[in-house]
Ligand binder design. Structure first.
Ligand code: BES
Ligand code: MN
Ligand code: ZN
Length: 488
């Protein structure tokens, strides 16, 4: 898609379709300006309820006496709530993409109580992510959407630079989300740890930052025995991917992503039904890579380190067995009571390793527990943190980006559940509070760090008819990082 920003009068805009907001029963000033030449048709359609009052309703109207062919009225509602506005803009983007128009101009400037730049960024992000499809394995893919040219109408008082930045922001977040979704949707036989490392390397090269992929020998040399205990059950070799983006000053933010390219459960084998969805067990890694892509595309003034331990969890003669004891990189011993609790076994070594980069804060992202899905469903990310300021910043970013997140407790009392007679800690803590005990396990390896953990098991992908990766929580992370870039 091609994007332009320019001063445009609604009557003279020569696009197939003009996107015009309506606020309750009021036409936006651009819509009203156009309506004179339509004999008041648009106003009547709103007054008579052809465009419903419910935010997100849309109506495509043929135009006469204007340079454009059609108008797409989008109801933004009159409440001015961030969520309502975001959902309505997304509905508008969807309607535009399915409207059979090749070019569009959008009039979002000059609305009362609506921040133009924020709305434009939201709308652009929605346009990019709603246009997403994953059809590379279909012999006869459905024809691509028609919309290829998109113009942002600039109001007289708008600052071009700020509007450009908002557009760029929406595009970059959209691209980051779609990049993460692509990686997530790829099947395990294609998206192996090596493939993931290659994609990370290619992306890093394209955007000009550093990326290293360590192989099994190098991972062993680091002493990541816990990570390798999971990897050794598979014939597919593991990788430790390390990304380094330097755009700012000071200590880096570190992102750590769980990169299980397939999780069969290992010897504690999962039931067969729905096991295919365990190709998504690298969505934490994908979110890290999507975030790097967006940060680099925007050239954000932050320093960012990424660490992705990636392997398969498979049953074999070399696989972990229940009861096995391994020594993690930091020297703690772990009794593996369930080989399906493998994410924490690879993350603990990655969290030990990341301390070498002396990060300001560490945020890990992992499809860690089914228990988190039971607790929060597919709606809300689970957030855990050993630092209240960090948690608050992340929750604020969640709110701003609409990437729903809820903080869960890490009370000392839960650590009891990880006790075992035979090692420093067990890798499972029984059925109660499974998402919390998993986070507690990780907390044993992050005591010296300001650390937060996202359990995205319920939010990283959708099942059912709309099955596919979501790219969450890339929008949240960009919001968090952009805010930090501004502060420094
Ligand atoms: N990757 C899974 C978690 C998962 C399960 C994500 C379902 C999304 C949907 C993880 O490795 C796992 O298997 N966790 C176990 C832990 C248990 C053995 C303590 C789980 O949640 O069942
Ligand atoms: Mn598992
Ligand atoms: Zn897993």
């Amino acid at each position: 898609m091609e994007f332009t920003i320019k001063q445009l009068a609604p009557l003279e805009a020569a696009a197939d379709c003009l996107l015009l907001p309506v606020l309750g029963d009021k036409l936006s000033s651009a819509a009203a300006e156009l309506d004179g030449a339509q004999g008041g048709l648009l106003g009547r359609l709103v007054a008579e309820g052809d465009l419903a009052a419910k935010a997100g309703s849309t109506l495509l109207v043929p135009l006469a006496g204007a340079a454009a062919k059609k108008a797409l009225l989008v109801q933004l509602g009159k409440e001015h709530k961030a969520k309502t506005l975001r959902d309505a803009l997304r509905a508008g983007a969807k309607a535009l993409l399915t409207s059979n128009c090749a070019s569009a101009a959008v009039f979002l400037s000059g609305l009362k109580k609506v921040d133009f730049e924020a709305a434009l960024a939201e709308f652009t992000q929605a346009l990019v992510t709603e246009d997403y499809r994953f059809d590379r394995f279909k012999s006869k893919p459905e024809p691509a959407g028609k919309l290829t040219r998109f113009t942002v109408a600039l109001g007289k008082k708008d600052e071009q630079g700020k509007v450009e930045a908002a557009l760029a922001r929406g595009l970059a977040v959209g691209h980051g989300v779609n990049f993460a979704r692509d990686l997530g949707n790829l099947p395990g036989n294609i998206c192996t740890p090596e493939y993931l490392a290659d994609m990370a390397g290619a992306m890093a090269q394209e955007f000009g930052f550093k990326c290293q992929a360590l192989d099994e020998k190098e991972i062993a040399a680091l002493g990541m025995t816990s990570f390798l205990s999971v990897a050794k059950g598979s014939d597919v070799p593991p990788r430790l991917i390390v990304l380094d983006y330097q755009g700012g000053k000071g200590k880096p933010v570190a992102l750590v992503g769980k990169g299980l390219t397939f999780d069969s459960g290992g010897i504690s084998l999962k039931p067969g039904e729905g096991m295919d969805e365990m190709k998504y067990d690298m969505c934490g890694a994908a979110a890290v890579l999507g975030t790097f892509r967006a940060v680099a595309e925007l050239g954000l003034a932050v320093n960012l380190v990424g660490v992705i331990p990636s392997c398969e969890n498979m049953p074999s003669g070399r696989a972990n067995k229940p009861g096995d004891i391994v020594k993690a990189m930091d020297g703690q011993t772990i009794e593996i009571l369930n080989t399906d609790a493998e994410g924490r076994l690879i993350l603990c070594d990655a969290l030990t390793y990341v301390a070498r980069h002396e990060p300001e804060v560490v945020i890990d992202l992992a499809t860690l527990t089914g228990a988190c899905v039971i607790a929060l469903g597919h709606v809300t990310n689970g957030l855990f943190a050993n630092d209240d300021d960090l948690a608050d910043d992340l929750l604020a970013a969640a709110d701003k980006s609409g990437d729903l997140t809820w903080r869960m407790p890490l009370f000392e009392e839960y650590q009891e559940q990880l006790k075992t007679n035979f090692a420093d800690l067990a890798n499972i803590g029984g059925r109660p509070a499974g998402a919390i005990t998993a986070a507690c396990f990780l907390s044993r390896f992050t005591e010296k760090l300001r650390w937060a953990h996202f359990d995205i098991a319920g939010t990283a992908w959708k099942s059912g008819a709309a099955k596919g990766a979501t790219g969450r929580p890339v929008p949240l992370l960009i919001e968090f990082l952009a805010k930090r870039a501004k502060k420094k």
